[in-house]
Design a protein around this ligand. Sequence first.
Ligand SMILES: Nc1nc2c(c(=O)[nH]1)N[C@H]1C(S)=C(S)[C@@H](COP(=O)(O)O)O[C@H]1N2
Ligand SMILES: [Mo]
Length: 559
Amino acid sequence: MKGGAHFRNTVAGLVVAGLALALGEFAAGLSTRINSVQLISPVVAVGDLVVDVAPGALVRASIRILGTAQKPMLLGGITIVALLIGALLARRSMASLQKGLPAFGVLSGWAMARSPVTGTAAAWLLAFAVVAVSLAAARVLRTAMNDIPHRQGRKQDREQDQEVPRGPLILEDPRVRYADRRGFLAYAGGMTGTAVALVGAGRFFADRSAQQARARVALPSTTSGTGPGSSTSTVAASTSTVAAGTTTTFPPPGLPDVPGLSPWITPNGDFYRIDTALTVPIVDPVGWSMTIDGMVDQPITLTLDDLLAMDILDATVTIACVSNAVGGSLVGNANWTGVLLADVLRLAGPQEGAEQIMAWSVDGFSAGFPLDVATDGRTALVAFGMNGEPLPLDHGFPVRLIVPGLYGYVSAVKWLSHLELTSFEREGYWIDKGWSRDAPVKIASRIDVPATGRVEAGTVPVAGVAWYPDVGVAAVEVSIDYGPWQTCQLGEGDAPQQGKPVKTGEAWVQWLHLWEAEPGRHRIRVRAVGTDGTLQPGVSVAPAPNGAEGYHEINLTVA
Ligand SMILES: Nc1nc2c(c(=O)[nH]1)N[C@H]1C(S)=C(S)[C@@H](COP(=O)(O)O)O[C@H]1N2
Ligand SMILES: [Mo]
């Protein structure tokens, strides 16, 4: 092959592979518009496959190194590899590319069929369609590039293709009309444009579906107080300067405005997101339902309307990720709306011997936690609202679990679809990947400000948040330069909001220490004390297998 032909083959490979991938993205986006069909794209399906076959340690390391960029990097990597394979095959010959496409179809069909989201038939149908279209595209490009008359190739072509009439080549082969350099580039350009448009259309459909799905849920006002055991008589928050019941602001007043301090309520847009979903499931709330089965008297299925007809309550609960490092941001506090998990379970009637609740999401994620947490007094919720809105898609729309005091990976299942009562033998998604089965959230505290390493001498606010759900934080202390631990002022985390009480201890508290800073280098450390007397441990412990420990500390220079 000549240099130009090499180049054109490479381009053809890229274009055909890109078109195949784009078609998959388009179909996945379009499927969100169709009630009974849910597709994930080949790229996402292969991404799930990679995550599943990769050793747990590798996955954890990649998350640690790449953080939330891990997902886009994985999907981008798969896209690039697919394009490269297309280019390399086509560079060898267009026939190699054409032979490779069915193999791609089989791999992606199988990968898509593995997904709990995509039905097997739909997966194979999409794979077949992708192969058919990309084969057709390859054929068009191959024809268009047979321009510079290549006697031998042309002859072979004619021998294979009976439909091409014999006779003067240039005049009678209709494909030859396009057989020039410009023709090839026009096709390649057109296909590239089509691919870009397909991806764009897919994204557009998915975005629209997501918006419409959320608009379909109207949160009713809450019908009861908050949490089991609370009543309106417990509204008064001792430290509040605002009379209970007269609070009209939302969120409630925290500490006096300290720039850089995390707001008591984490806005939805700032709330950390952690999950295994390479694309966010878009669940139609109208078609959604959850099943409660396993060791129950009466397996039941509940729709969103069923949940909305139950006793609804608000609870401000801090959730945290077990991977959160000391001082890290994988923790947030929101006002969740939902129904008590205990109420939902009661409808099915847990049987004697049931020990664990296994919760499943529509995309196959699972988490297991003790049945006791539904009834031990904490506000374990089947939640559909977050800070006054339907759950955002990223945070589990339409329905998720929120269990105060347990790390997310064993409890906070998003895109919930199924609760199964089991013995402790069953294990959730992360348990055989190096994380503990029991995962209570550890007591922790974080310094938010000063956020910079340099401050002016004088009164310097040192502030942050501390959490110990569902036990509660009794005190927060800071130590400057290894000096004595000094008690901080706490925010009104337990103040009433909209006239309703907040169950003490499930939410984080803001803390503030006004430090008279003198010039020099300084080290500030923070620790929390639980309402049960637990003192936050100071010895550093890594997040795996059951949560980080140690004091958050910052070094800074006072000028
Ligand atoms: N379906 C599903 N739910 C999930 C997860 C997941 O991977 N898939 N991750 C869990 C983990 S590890 C955490 S820390 C919380 C995070 O919830 P957030 O993204 O709303 O902050 O969700 C939990 N729920
Ligand atoms: Mo997590």
